[in-house]
Design a protein around this ligand. Structure first.
Ligand code: SF4
Ligand code: SF4
Ligand code: FES
Length: 500
């Protein structure tokens, strides 16, 4: 029989001064779940080992734990021959893998999680439209395993004023039930609905594919539709309605200075890079890098905001016009590939545009959308670069890693042109989801954690693919005594390596 080895977090606050890790051997079988291993330790090795479970079948949510660094249900995950088991983060440890569920349960009392009905059904049996049923049926699958809570950067920094992803899923279950008559927008708002960075970490780990972050965006859309939105959101909507851009024009517009009108490859610039003179170098670098490799690039003047920031704050009504205008601009420029240099725009163009465009025109997008790194990684870029003597770490923008599933490509590029330190954590910088304008203090606290995670890494630059992350990280580095560390877009590092 094969042997397995599991290292387990052990802590009994009543007798232990501090937590410790213990390693146990177990008879490994490929059909074993992680819960089977925990049961083996408890039954055969140490009866004081503590963890929770009830159903062994993914339904009770009690067996949530960190398995090899990732949250999950022990009864659902298959055991591997070497494992590390730890309690979920962001919750107080009662003993070993058991966490205090009361902290979260307290929040639930304020949510009024019962069907609150004023208008009785007009007919029996009552009919519910399929589209309504789908929406609240998904949220109803939540088993309250707290995996999402354990990875939420906003909840970590603001546990008392933020419901967190699981809380909003519970709320959404009732808010999207067409039989429910309670004004749940008020509860959502007071639970910190606009404290979410839309980082998507909760969605990444949910074992039941509930997508808490999407539920949060849908709840925000209800707030906006009912007119009960924060001032920062209504200002953003007004700005886009008036200018078709997300931000005020600075001294110049990058798009207005370019002359390339037609080509197979098009560059989507995005509002931040277009109007912010500190970021325009990203577009200049991207164009130079592509041109160096012989790629002609069109930059249509008619391109406008991608619409993704509007989706994140719940202003969905305004998006269609922007999508149609953008698609027309790149179609007329003859583009069959659209390259994004802002990962937020990229996720919008990849995930938001196709559905909206199809609904409005019945057609598919006339081009493929690719992130800059995704496109460059397909080209023989190493033929054009001279490696730099630059020590860097890579910061994964949430909208690139989770939003677009792009992880390897920037690393492939950076490994061949810089000295890449690969130990950077995967963590949100606190700049997304409109958090900086809706709750600056919370955004700063998340940012501080992020910046501190680079402190001992001995790097000269942090490289990333999102202009919002670049702005946010620059602020964080300056505020935390790390001014010497540069923040660069991958396109800028490539341009340096190409000497263009
Ligand atoms: S939303 Fe998903 S991850 Fe969060 S508590 Fe519910 S089942 Fe668990
Ligand atoms: S998207 Fe990020 S900040 Fe928002 S609830 Fe999920 S984990 Fe928390
Ligand atoms: S034991 Fe119930 S979900 Fe795992």
């Amino acid at each position: 029989m094969n042997k397995g080895k599991v290292t387990v977090f052990r802590y009994n606050p009543e007798i232990d001064i501090q937590p410790r890790y213990e390693t146990y051997e177990f008879p490994y079988k490929p059909s074993m779940t992680v819960l089977d291993v925990a049961m083996y330790i408890y039954e055969q090795i140490d009866g004081s080992f503590s963890f929770s479970y009830a159903c062994s079948n993914s339904h009770c949510g009690l067996c949530g734990a960190k398995i090899n660094g990732k949250p999950g249900l022990m009864c659902r995950e298959m055991a591997t021959q070497e494992m590390v088991l730890e309690p979920l983060d962001n919750l107080t440890v009662i003993r070993d893998l058991m966490v205090d569920r009361d902290e979260y349960e307290k929040h639930k009392d304020s949510l009024r999680l019962n069907l609150d009905r004023v208008n009785l059904p007009l007919q029996e049996p009552e009919k519910i439209a399929l589209k309504d049923l789908r929406r609240f049926a998904v949220a109803s699958r939540c088993v309250e395993c707290y995996s999402c809570i354990s990875v939420c950067p906003s909840l970590k920094e603001n546990p008392h004023e933020y419901l967190g992803p699981a809380g909003f899923v519970q709320l959404a279950r009732h808010a999207f039930d067409p039989r429910d008559d309670l004004n749940r927008e008020v509860i959502a708002y007071s639970g910190g609905l606009y404290n979410c960075t839309t980082c998507g970490r909760c969605t990444e780990v949910c074992p039941h594919d509930i997508a808490p972050s999407e539920n949060i965006e849908l709840l925000r859309a209800r707030m906006v539709a009912s007119g009960n939105m924060p001032r920062a959101v209504s200002q953003l909507i007004e700005m886009v309605e008036k200018t078709e851009k997300l931000i005020q024009k600075g001294k110049s517009s990058f798009i207005e200075t370019t002359s390339m009108k037609k080509a197979k490859v098009g560059l989507f610039v995005g509002c931040n890079i277009d109007y912010d003179s500190r970021l325009q170098s990203i577009a200049i670098a991207a164009l130079k890098v592509l041109q160096k490799m012989g790629i002609e690039v069109a930059v249509p003047q008619e391109q406008v905001c991608c619409g993704q920031p509007l989706k994140e704050v719940g202003a969905v009504e305004e998006i269609q016009k922007l999508v149609l205008k953008n698609v027309k601009a790149f179609e007329q420029a003859g583009c069959t590939t659209l390259i994004t240099i802002c990962s937020g725009c990229g996720v919008g163009a990849k995930k938001l545009w196709p559905g909206i465009y199809k609904e409005a025109t019945g057609k598919d997008l006339p081009f493929e959308v690719m992130d800059f790194t995704e496109y460059v990684a397909t080209l023989p870029f190493t033929d054009f670069v001279k490696p730099l003597n630059l020590k860097v770490a890579y910061h994964d923008p949430c909208t690139l890693k989770r939003g677009q599933g792009i992880y390897e490509e920037p690393r492939k590029i950076l490994k061949s042109i810089t000295k890449l330190n690969e130990n950077a954590e995967d963590a949100c910088c606190g700049g997304g989801g409109g958090l900086r304008v809706s709750n600056l203090k919370l955004s700063q606290r998340i940012l501080k954690n992020r910046v501190n995670s680079f402190r001992n890494m001995d790097v000269q630059a942090i490289v990333t693919g999102c202009p919002t992350c670049i702005k946010q990280l620059n602020i964080g580095l300056a505020q935390n005594g790390m001014r010497k560390v540069e923040v660069l877009h991958t396109a800028v590092v490539m341009a340096r390596a190409m000497g263009v």
